[in-house]
Write a protein that binds this ligand. Structure first.
Ligand code: OTU
Length: 646
């Protein structure tokens, strides 16, 4: 039983009109319910002997922040908390987009609401809107204010109007909370640079290289090509500052309780703008320790849980997404463990599924996918996934070497093959991906590129290869059909719904040319959108396919994430087979063929599961029943089936 269920019980007894004193009293009840855990977490991070006053400041701050939250949002909190685990519903379908590249600005986005409604998207991840340096700014992840909107996107009034429209239409809003670092133009950084010791203590700063060098012995590099090392010398203050990401992104020092208290305020002020899901960016990096890789440390988990339990006292209807693109076993830990199980993040990116799907595209086999999914530790029943194919970042090959080796492959060679396959180093590969942070010394590297370009559409159009075009479209629909049927919220990366290809214009922009992730951050192609209904193009076929998946998913309550997923061994290494709601009348069996050749599965097995009867099966995606002429059900190359019980 997690704290959310305690709060649900607490509010159950609320008087009819909660705004009259009820909410105020409810705040006290919520604080009391979380108090013990809050105190344990706080003093575990900031020893009581030296931080009693900071804990008192925390309690006062929570009360003040509660008062800053509007009654409308407080009532939404009550409703959300009352709808137990609302975020696990099959009704959610998400889209991730850059407001400027999709619609110019926030006002432009308001005009695009019909586009989302027509497609069926009701969950929007808007990329960072906050003010950022004018030059390189990591796509907005170099934050110069956590509360001010960059004028390029609009202002608070525009966001306020948009979020109230979202609430009206039942659209869920996710915004980033870049919790690990600020830009070097953030007010705290400016004051640190001017020599104010109080603000130098907001970051990890050092007078010389002795401690940075100790850190470097075990710290990996995130951007080895463009930002080697993890520390940057700042002449104005004659000190080194920790910069795990880019030199203009200064890592915050959470051993300083003032950082936590200030960032908690920034978190609540962000939530009070009408945000429903807060994406904790790079939360794996929050706590640093010499002799470790300073990722996924226990203190980082305690810190995230402390944020979570504080936010819950003030705004229990707002939930947290863990952006932890790390090893599979580590990701699940962001849902909370032990007494913190279900008290850390409600949602996490399913980076393991994403990476394994791309591995299956390259190998046409599903062995690693099945093995990795099977070995994922179970997640708390109050948590769920964001399932995605592509996002604004690179594809990290985040699967375990042990699983690769268990399949008889050499992990190093296999990773090299994947980079060669996706990054245009194998002539026969249809993929047109771009290498990201490739290190020729170690062979390490990541991959970027749009879904359509990575799956062969770009190359097929280039070479006027109709079969290649058909295969690419089938693969796009197969991958999205898998995530639409998977437990969690499917997230469409804006542009994928119309098969947008790589955008190479970044190579002409001095602020972007050394970050190939920009190849997959296109300006939305509204001209293609205008022609979707009229013409029969790859874009219109993909768009109709995605829209069909959205509407199908909404009609299938079995797709809600009720911990009801079973990965089957089909006996065919090219097929990925999983079942939702096994044993129930409304269950769904998903079969995906990753091979370029037809593949078969034993019809008597499917019949025993209840999906083949009288020699036929019902595929919900095509809406048609199909008869089987032999003892085998045949799948075309890259075909995806959603089978209902017959
Ligand atoms: C996250 O990145 C964001 O998604 C990236 O866009 C930012 O560059 C980065 O943080 C810094 O804010 O934190 O858990 O491989 O995919 O760093 C991993 C590069 C992250 C990013 C990775 C990711």
């Amino acid at each position: 039983m997690n704290q959310a269920s305690i709060h649900r019980a607490l509010q159950g007894s609320l008087e009819k009109d909660p705004t009259k004193g009820g909410l105020e009293r409810l705040f006290e009840k919520r604080l009391a319910a979380n108090y013990t855990l809050l105190q344990q977490l706080f003093f575990a991070l900031y020893p009581e002997s030296g931080h009693r006053d900071a804990f008192l400041r925390l309690q006062k701050k929570l009360h003040t922040l509660f008062r800053t939250r509007s009654n409308e949002l407080k009532l939404q909190d009550l409703r959300r908390l009352g709808e137990e685990n609302w975020y696990q519903s099959e009704s959610w379908v998400g889209m991730q987009l850059y407001v400027d590249r999709f619609s110019g600005n926030l006002r432009g986005l308001e005009e695009k609401l019909p586009y989302f409604e027509k497609l069926g998207v009701n969950f929007l991840h808007l990329m960072p809107l906050n003010t950022r340096p004018q030059g390189p700014n990591d796509g907005g992840y170099a934050v110069s204010s956590y509360t001010e909107i960059d004028p390029a996107f609009g202002n608070d009034g525009d966001l306020g109007r948009l979020t109230s429209k979202f609430r009206e239409k039942g659209i869920c809003l996710m915004l980033d909370f870049v919790v690990n670092h600020t830009s070097d133009e953030f007010p705290w950084a400016e004051r640190a640079r001017k020599g104010e010791a109080e603000y130098q203590a907001y970051y990890h700063t050092f007078p010389d290289r002795s401690i940075p060098d100790q850190y470097e012995e075990s710290l990996p590099e995130i951007f080895p090509e463009t930002a080697p090392g993890n520390f940057t010398y700042i002449p104005e203050m004659d000190r080194w500052v920790m910069t795990v990401f880019n030199p203009y992104q200064w890592d915050l020092n959470y051993t300083n309780p003032n950082v936590f208290l200030s960032m908690l305020e920034n978190l609540v002020l962000l939530a009070n703008k009408g945000v429903d899901v807060v994406r904790f960016d790079a939360l794996a990096f929050l706590w640093k320790k010499i002799g470790t890789d300073s990722q996924n440390l226990p203190e980082a988990h305690r810190l995230v849980s402390l944020f979570r339990l504080c936010l819950q006292v003030v705004a229990p209807g707002v939930i947290i997404l863990a952006e932890a693109i790390v090893a599979p076993d580590e990701i699940v830990r962001y849902f909370g463990e032990g007494p913190l199980k279900g008290n850390e993040c409600e949602i996490a990116y399913n980076a393991t599924l994403m990476a394994c799907l791309w591995n299956s595209v390259a190998t046409r086999k599903t062995l690693l996918l099945n093995r990795s999914l099977r070995s994922l530790p179970p997640k708390p029943d109050s948590c769920t996934w964001i399932n995605y194919i592509r996002c604004h970042d690179d594809i990290g090959l985040g699967f375990e070497n042990a699983h690769i080796a268990a399949l008889g492959w050499d992990p190093g060679m296999h990773r090299r093959f994947l980079l060669d396959y996706f990054c245009q180093r194998l002539d026969w590969s249809p993929a047109k991906g771009v290498a990201f942070m490739y290190n020729p010394l170690t062979g390490d590297g990541r991959i970027t590129g749009s879904t359509a370009s990575l799956l062969g559409l770009e190359k097929a159009l280039e070479y006027k290869d109709p079969q290649g075009v058909r295969d690419a479209i089938s693969k796009i629909m197969m991958l999205y059909g898998i995530i639409f049927a998977s437990p969690g919220i499917p997230l469409v990366y804006a542009g994928d719904e119309i098969g947008m290809l790589n955008d190479y214009s970044y190579a002409r922009d001095p602020d972007k040319l050394d970050d190939s992730r920009w190849v997959n951050r296109p300006v939305h192609d509204w001209e293609t959108v205008a022609g979707l209904e009229a013409r029969d193009t790859p874009a219109s076929e993909i768009y109709r396919g995605i829209r069909n998946l959205v509407s199908l998913r909404r009609k299938l309550p079995v797709l809600a994430d009720q911990d009801n997923t079973l990965v089957h061994e089909s006996g065919n290494d090219h097929l990925f087979v999983f079942e939702r709601g096994a044993g129930g009348a409304d269950s769904l069996l998903v079969i995906a063929n990753f091979d370029a050749h037809p593949q078969v599965v034993n019809a008597s097995w499917l019949s025993a599961l209840g999906y083949v009867g009288k020699g036929a099966y019902r595929n919900l995606i095509s809406g048609a029943s199909k008869s089987i002429r032999s003892g085998l059900l045949e799948l075309a190359p890259f075909e995806l089936l959603w089978l209902a019980k017959v």
